[in-house]
Design a binder for this molecule. Structure first.
Ligand SMILES: Cc1ncc(COP(=O)(O)O)c(C=O)c1O
Length: 506
């Protein structure tokens, strides 16, 4: 067989076939069915190691903990891999807490986030001995009282929300109308800066609460290092201000949250702007074509689609994990020093979600039909057995994923087709994509499907959700089985009165 062509750490092309580690993608489909999420264990371990090394290199003063966001991929097997790699977790819900605790994580390395935590949930956090990241103003008082009942001292951090007037670029979450600064203000997360001084003073008097440090999570507003440097400058200034206001307080730990783009960042710049482009350029252009008459207009549209609408996922790369480590930990440390905060012994925590899991998985789907029309507009559809409802997370975030035809992985693109899912929605997950000639039975592999995709799958059209397999070398094991039709209807209850009516009508 010809020498493999490396695409990534764990993705390669061998003899025209796509491989994840040493597993041929099409063989995974033959063994486990289609569609399928396939996750690389080696990539996950490598990412965990790289995050730890990259941030430790620029934070020499104390330990560094990597707390990947469990919400990004809450399969228990991948969580076991991370626990084995000595990595902690950021969790958001009772379900997520249960998942990480069942998976051998060290509770000292778990941060429980989110607003509106119930007393029952806080009690479970205290019983488990995890960190509670405070979001609500009344939360510390409630934690103090439950901790007193349990006879424990709760370890809490305050999730802060500084002002970021320096982050003036457009946020990727709402490019058309908001800067990162305003985007952060509009997002519900974090305790507004106006309350922090007073709240911290109150917490520091509590007998059953230890304020271990501060937490910030802004999210992936922008992939650039500029964003991280700017964010860390204002975070450091706020930390210094709080330390002074709290009478020389020193945090034991500082958490910088997540939001680091995975290197082949699927965010589709143009996709988000498309609505605006359509309104400003494309729709008026199409209307102007009416002057050509019905046939002329359709002919003109056929010829512009390939030239102007065909698009491919970006080839631009986001910064590396090492660059993020330098920009984030390095800037935070130097700014804290500049503001007079001694960083000796302080523990740094980092919560990558997409950055940890994103490039670990591919989603495989089989082509069911290829459909073509030449009149009135020349169009081609490749109908697959998946749907974007199985990776809904990416739709919310304007993703356009890189892909290969797994069994034609070294073939040149020769035509343009809409790669679509089989729900009744438009389901254009690769609209007007440049592809090699595709036929029924071909397998398409979407890259970077490890974060927020499978975890957001829904059953629209009563479709059973696909399985996930974990790959290591030549081994592959099911880690989340595919749903059956019985699973799809399992939660449904038809009240007796409706059944009686139905029987009476028979
Ligand atoms: C508190 C917290 N930490 C970390 C993350 C992970 O973010 P990302 O996947 O963008 O790295 C999230 C995601 O929403 C979060 O809410």
């Amino acid at each position: 067989m010809a020498e493999p062509t490396r695409i990534d750490d764990c993705l390669s092309v061998r003899g025209g076939e796509l491989y994840l580690e040493d597993c041929r993608a099409t063989e995974l489909i033959e063994r486990f069915g289609s569609p399928l999420f396939a996750i690389s264990e080696s990539q996950l371990r490598l990412n965990a190691r790289r995050y730890h090394e990259a941030f430790s290199r620029h934070w020499p003063d104390g330990p560094v903990d990597i707390l990947p966001a469990f919400k990004a991929n809450w399969t228990l097997a991948t969580r076991r891999v991370l626990s084995d790699a000595g990595v902690g977790a950021d969790v958001y819900s009772e379900g997520e807490l249960r998942g990480v605790l069942e998976s051998g994580v060290d509770p000292e390395r778990v941060s429980v986030n989110g607003g509106g935590k119930s007393d029952g949930f806080l009690r479970r956090c205290l019983e488990a001995g995890v960190r509670i990241t405070v979001e609500d103003l009344d939360e510390p008082r409630r934690i103090d009282s439950i901790a007193r009942e349990l006879g424990v001292v709760a370890k809490v951090r305050l999730r802060v929300k500084p002002n970021f007037p320096n982050l003036w670029r457009a946020t990727d979450f709402a490019q058309e109308y908001a800067s990162i600064d305003i985007g952060i203000q509009a997002y519900k997360g974090g305790i507004p800066a106006q309350y922090l001084v007073e709240l911290g003073r109150e917490v520091l008097t509590m007998k059953n609460v230890e304020l271990t440090g501060l937490h910030l999570h802004l999210g992936r507003h922008h992939p650039s290092l500029w964003y991280w440097r700017g964010a860390m400058r204002r975070y450091a200034a706020l930390i210094a201000h709080l330390c002074r206001s709290w009478g020389g307080y020193r945090p034991v730990e500082i958490d910088v949250g997540g939001g680091f783009a995975t290197h082949r960042d699927p965010f589709d710049n143009v996709g988000l702007r498309e609505d605006v482009l359509r309104t400003v350029v494309s729709y008026p252009f199409e209307q102007a074509l009416r002057l050509l008459g019905e046939n002329g207009r359709y002919r003109a549209m056929s010829s512009v689609i390939e030239r102007f609408f065909a698009k491919m996922p970006t080839k631009e790369r986001a910064p590396t994990i090492e660059e993020y480590g330098q920009a984030t930990a390095g800037t935070l440390r130097s700014e804290l020093h500049r503001q007079g905060v001694d960083t000796a012994e302080i523990r740094l925590q980092v919560e990558p979600g997409r950055g940890m899991y994103g490039d670990t998985a591919i989603h495989l789907t089989t082509v069911k039909k290829v459909k073509r029309q030449t009149q009135p507009i020349d169009l081609r559809w490749v109908l697959t057995d998946t749907t974007y409802f199985f990776f809904a997370g990416g739709q919310f975030e304007y993703d356009l994923h890189d892909f290969r035809v797994a069994n034609k992985a070294d073939q040149e693109a020769t035509e343009v087709a809409d790669i679509v899912g089989h729900s009744c929605a438009a389901d254009r997950f690769l609209p007007f994509a440049r592809v090699p000639k595709i036929v029924e039975g071909d397998v398409i592999a979407l890259f970077d499907m490890g974060a927020y995709q499978e975890s957001s799958a829904s059953n629209f059209n009563a479709l059973p959700r696909p399985a996930s397999v974990l790959v290591r070398g030549t081994d592959a094991d099911v880690i989340r089985r595919a749903e059956t039709l019985d699973d799809v209807f399992r939660r449904d209850v038809v009240p007796n009165r409706l059944m009686r009516q139905a029987r009476a009508a028979e």
